[in-house]
Design a protein. Structure first.
Lengths: 313, 308
């Protein structure tokens, strides 16, 4: 599986970003315009057909989002109507002001943010340090140790959640953020992703830095880190989004309401007030917006990270 | 920080210096790995090993751990809930894996062209994958509502009088979960397929065209064989993730109605954390792990044979 991931990465990086790229360059178009103009005309009609197909397809796939946003601006009794009202008859903007008092949404958002930031920082820091050790320093036992890391990635998390839970219980850490931070900040996944990237940085660079008198820590900080910004960004974004979206971790460990994350808060709101359709959708929209922003800002890093590793543990 | 470390160049020259060098490298290597390793050891590696050991022990929140050999497994194989959960997990995988794969490939082929603004379509299709699961589950639950949900309204409008009850029916709850998860995951696998498609040399298609191959023949004889490594990776990832399915089920149906959507991961949670049967739940974990391992190894073997 490891080699496969490397192959995928190689192809993905070569083509720049599979998601973002794609528009042909001006030069491309000009050269194709010069020759075979009947063919070009045929190609243009095909293009139009493709655009139409894609537009319909994407619209169909976006229906859940469209419905979510539309419902979040309705009264409860307007949500599940026959026939469906795609555009609210009357925009109920007050849903977006009321939700903050109906449930402690601000507290949930803060908790989610706190967890995601701390876990992301720790994961990126320890992950990149360990990856340097695994890829640029040679010492006996290194590869066996790395195999242990890889091995646990293959074990489903669900298979060892019970021992983890017993452990946290004995440490008295259940119902605290610390449990989640300890469980998620030292993931093998981050080490794996960073190592994959560091393997592509030529050893000669480190060699040269050693001859220039840099210590290994200096090489890590001044040579490798600046070079691995894309990989660091990938890991940071993936970790942040995974933590933000995580449901099972908080579900198992956080019992008191004041510690709840957005996901838990939203789920509990649904459980308590299952007829408040509009407000539920408002909460859903609010829980998705931070991810949307992060995704739009850093989409190329997401895609590179995925192509490198296959995401998620 | 810089002056004292000049001698560190790891070039193996003299054997005495070499040994000293090796020792120093070991020390340096460990200092890099240690911060992560401590956390990894305590909260991943030890629990993994503990899970194996626990599956041969009787241990509940009220009793001390005791070695019982295979008793947990005997009890598990005799238990109804285990077989129901296993069956549901397998059915979920059988629906989720081929559907996601086919749609991801289809989308990737549609989107693998140079068109202005194609990036937008790709991003839009990918987005569900990183949308929070709770939001996804909540929205789809409403879309699926039996009486006036948009999906059944659509089915009525195309002439299906007896629309399914989806999440409120024990026959249709699992299909509803599968549809939701396919929708959520296909953008991710589409990205993997896009990377695979872009790695196929265009000469292959040109040669096939010269030989008079139709579009369909080109798909079967060029695209599919060239994508084999990607497909292998996709199948492994999809199968593993199908057997691990957990949070989507918990949020969408919580295993119901009845036990119609209870899956293995959920059973582990209920028995282990819910009821404190640590040993018994670990036995189920071991079975889950073995299934995932077998599937992965099997697919590796198939892939190897094909390559020969």
């Amino acid at each position: 599986m490891t080699n496969m991931a490397e192959d995928l990465k190689a192809s993905a990086f070569k083509d720049d970003v599979p998601l973002g790229g794609g528009a042909s360059t001006a030069e491309d178009r000009r050269s194709s315009q010069r020759k075979r103009s009947p063919r070009e005309r045929k190609a243009r009609t095909t293009d139009t057909v493709i655009y139409a197909v894609l537009a319909v397809l994407v619209l169909a796939l976006m229906v859940p989002f469209i419905w979510m946003v539309s419902s979040s601006l309705k009264e409860n009794n307007q949500v599940l109507t026959v026939p469906i009202q795609w555009i609210p008859a009357e925009f109920v903007w007050s849903n977006y002001t009321d939700i903050w008092t109906r449930i402690p949404m601000m507290g949930y958002l803060q908790n989610s943010l706190y967890l995601a930031v701390i876990i992301t920082c720790l994961q990126v820091l320890t992950g990149s340090l360990a990856a340097y050790g695994f890829s640029k320093v040679r010492f006996p036992g290194r590869d066996v140790l790395f195999l242990a890391y890889i091995g646990t990635i293959a074990v489903p998390w669900q298979a060892y959640m019970v021992p983890q839970y017993i452990m946290m219980q004995n440490l008295g850490l259940t119902n605290s953020f610390n449990a989640l931070i300890l469980l998620q900040a030292f993931g093998a996944f981050g080490v794996f992703l960073m190592r994959q990237y560091y393997m592509t940085i030529p050893d000669e660079l480190c060699e040269a830095a050693r001859i220039d008198g840099l210590s290994e820590y200096g090489i890590w900080a001044r040579v490798i880190l600046p070079l691995s910004k894309p990989a660091l960004a990938s890991l940071a974004l993936l970790t942040f989004v995974n933590t933000w979206n995580d449901y099972m971790g908080p579900f198992i460990y956080l019992t008191s309401n004041r510690l709840w994350t957005v996901q838990l808060g939203l789920r509990s709101f649904v459980g308590q007030f299952d007829a408040e359709y509009a407000m539920i959708m408002t909460g859903s929209v609010i829980s998705v917006i931070p991810i949307l922003i992060i995704f739009l800002v850093g989409q190329r890093y997401f895609i590179q990270g995925i192509a490198t590793s296959g995401m998620k543990g | 920080m810089t002056t004292e470390t000049i001698t560190q160049a790891p070039a193996p020259v003299h054997s005495r210096g070499n040994r000293k060098q090796a020792r120093r490298n070991t020390l340096i290597g460990w200092t890099f790995i240690l911060p992560n390793f401590l956390g990894f050891l305590a909260f991943t590696l030890i629990p993994v090993i503990a899970a194996f050991a626990l599956s041969f022990m009787e241990w509940t929140s009220f009793t001390a751990p005791k070695w019982v050999g295979l008793a947990n497994f005997q009890r598990m194989f005799a238990s109804d809930s285990f077989w129901i959960a296993l069956r549901n997990t397998v059915v979920y995988a059988l629906g989720h894996v081929p559907l996601t794969m086919a749609l991801a490939l289809l989308l990737a082929m549609l989107l693998n062209r140079k068109l202005k603004g194609i990036g937008f379509f790709r991003v839009a299709i990918f987005f569900p994958y990183i949308t929070s699961l709770v939001a996804v589950a909540v929205v789809w639950n409403m879309l699926f509502s039996p009486d006036s949900g948009p999906i059944n309204q659509f089915l009525h409008s195309i002439g299906i009088a007896e629309a399914p009850g989806w999440t409120s029916s024990s026959d249709w709850a699992l299909p509803a979960v599968i549809i939701t998860s396919v929708w959520r995951d296909m953008g991710y696998y589409m990205v993997l397929y896009l990377a695979g498609l872009q790695a196929i040399p265009t000469e292959l298609y040109e040669a096939a065209e010269v030989d008079g191959a139709s579009a369909w023949q080109r798909f079967w004889n060029v695209t599919i064989p060239s994508l084999r490594p990607t497909t292998f990776f996709v199948v492994v990832m999809l199968t593993v993730s199908s057997f691990k399915v957990f949070d989507l089920i918990v949020v969408m149906t919580n295993g119901g109605p009845g036990r119609s959507t209870t899956v293995l991961s959920q059973l582990i949670y209920q028995e282990g954390i819910g009821e404190g049967k640590f040993g018994y739940s670990s036995a189920i974990s071991l079975v889950l792990f073995l299934i995932v391992l077998t599937v992965t190894v099997l697919q590796f073997k198939i892939q190897q044979r094909r390559e020969r």
